[in-house]
Design a protein around this ligand. Structure first.
Ligand SMILES: Cc1cc2nc3c(=O)[nH]c(=O)nc-3n(C[C@H](O)[C@H](O)[C@H](O)COP(=O)(O)O)c2cc1C
Length: 227
């Protein structure tokens, strides 16, 4: 099975959560695809303080907060669909904090995220409110981890899905028909490319489907005493 993790970077059950779930539903329609959804809503996740504990000890982060329970979902996935509300023409602080806390994965198992597939969704209150900039910032964040980032592969979804909510809560966003169409295209494309990548790597006999030296089961999620 190819595993796709949808992540909502909004602090509330709103338009971003709805959009990511729509993308996941479309992804789940691709044969052989399994999905999970993760929301940052209600999670207490502190910022990376650059103590380098992870780097010095080849360990996961020693800050004890809700992030500890989220690592296993990140490791589980072959592909990610990440959605954010547009905040000040970029992605949310909650998502930035969350993504920065991925750093230990990179240091514990260098390359774990390499060649995993990613796609992004930006949900703004206004049309042209910064959706493209937000997608661009998220794309570069994922590329910095070696991921293969895809768009929807079609019109209106060149580099991600751009959604307009007009600040309506929840499923009010489904009135944006073009946005919803692009969200679904993105979900399908992420699932397809992840599936082809995995099949290709297996056919070529590459050792690590995810580009990592470690199998997913080997990641040590046990808490450690820290400095
Ligand atoms: C702090 C803050 C900054 C925002 N900045 C923008 C912005 O720059 N451009 C925009 O289009 N919408 C902006 N919005 C509106 C949200 O992006 C919009 O309401 C979005 O649908 C919220 O997503 P959610 O319902 O998933 O929480 C901002 C909202 C907040 C709270």
């Amino acid at each position: 099975m190819v595993k796709v993790l949808g992540i909502s970077g909004s602090p509330r059950r709103g338009a971003t959560e709805y959009s990511v779930k729509e993308a996941l539903a479309a992804a789940a329609g691709v044969p052989g695809v399994e999905t999970r959804f993760l929301s940052l809503r209600g999670k207490t996740i502190g910022p990376c303080i650059h103590c380098d504990y992870c780097k010095r000890n080849n360990s996961l982060c020693h800050t004890q907060d809700d992030m500890q329970g989220l690592y296993e979902h990140i490791v589980w996935a072959d592909a990610y669909i990440i959605g954010s509300p547009v905040y000040g023409m970029s992605f949310s602080g909650q998502l930035q904090t969350f993504l920065n806390r991925w750093r230990p994965l990179h240091h514990v198992y260098r390359g774990l995220l390499r060649n995993r597939v990613g796609g992004v969704i930006a949900v703004g209150g206004s049309r042209n409110g910064g959706q493209e900039l937000t997608c661009s910032a998220m794309i570069h964040s994922l590329m910095a981890r070696g991921m293969v980032v895809v768009g929807g592969g079609d019109f209106d979804c060149y580099s991600g899905a751009y959604v307009v909510s007009h600040d309506k809560p929840g499923d009010g966003v489904k009135e944006d028909l073009i946005g919803m169409d692009s969200v679904r295209k993105l979900g399908i494309r992420v699932a397809q490319v992840a599936s082809w990548m995995k099949q290709g790597q297996e056919a070529l006999g590459l050792q690590e489907a995810a580009g990592s030296g470690a199998s997913k089961g080997e990641v040590d999620l046990v808490e450690e005493e820290g400095s």
